[in-house]
Ligand binder design. Structure first.
Ligand SMILES: [Zn+2]
Length: 203
């Protein structure tokens, strides 16, 4: 029934003892560099996208899968890769809840891709959490982000707790190493900065 969803790291949450599979995790250094919510993202020309996909049938049975995608801005974007490889089709009999934790907000083309997918897929809900805003001063980006919101996508800036969630759930943990998340100095300040900018863009 739900077997059509195949991806690394999926498990059923309906069974009494869910089997948690190991999914591929982000190397620690990638996380520390790429997800850092600095104000100027120089050198950070990749997008890292961690996803949680929850698929539910009418009977309440469901399946969760997790994983991550990365790209170079020059080649295929991680956002597009998600719809091509992770969720290429939607079964109208199922409900999809998708959460993304992305190092930066999407480019205009990817934002439009998400908006159009949401507009034609009524059984899809999306929550998009971003570490930084990408070129948010550009008019075409502003328009695309507004359209994204209008299409029903929840767009949020990652809070320190969200970075911690990604650290715990998506980043490789070396054996014997402390799993505790160590926030960087300006994490809260940068979050507030981007949150204010996003509110201005979506206003
Ligand atoms: Zn893009």
């Amino acid at each position: 029934m739900l077997s059509s969803l195949s991806s690394t790291g999926s498990y059923c949450f309906s069974s009494s003892e869910p089997t948690t599979l190991v999914w591929e995790r982000l190397p620690v250094n990638f996380f520390k560099f790429q997800f850092r919510n600095v104000e100027y993202s120089s050198g950070r020309n990749k997008t890292f996208l961690c996803y949680v996909v929850e698929v539910q049938g009418k009977d309440g049975q469901g399946q969760i899968s997790r994983g991550y995608l990365e790209d170079e801005h020059a080649a295929a974007h991680a956002e597009e890769a998600f719809f091509k490889t992770i969720l290429p089709t939607f079964d109208p009999a199922l409900r999809y809840n998708v959460t993304w934790y992305v190092s930066s907000s999407p480019c205009a083309a990817c934002a439009d891709r998400i908006s159009s997918t949401l507009s034609k897929t009524k059984n899809l809900k999306m929550l998009l959490l971003v570490g930084r805003l990408f070129m948010w001063e550009e008019p075409e980006i502003k328009t695309a982000l507004k359209k994204l919101k209008e299409s029903g996508c929840k767009l949020r800036i990652m809070k320190p707790q969200d970075f911690e969630y990604v650290w715990q759930n998506f980043v490789e943990q070396e054996e014997g190493e402390s799993k505790a998340f160590v926030p960087w100095e300006d994490i809260q300040e940068n979050f507030l900065y981007y949150e204010e900018k996003l509110a201005e863009v979506l206003h």
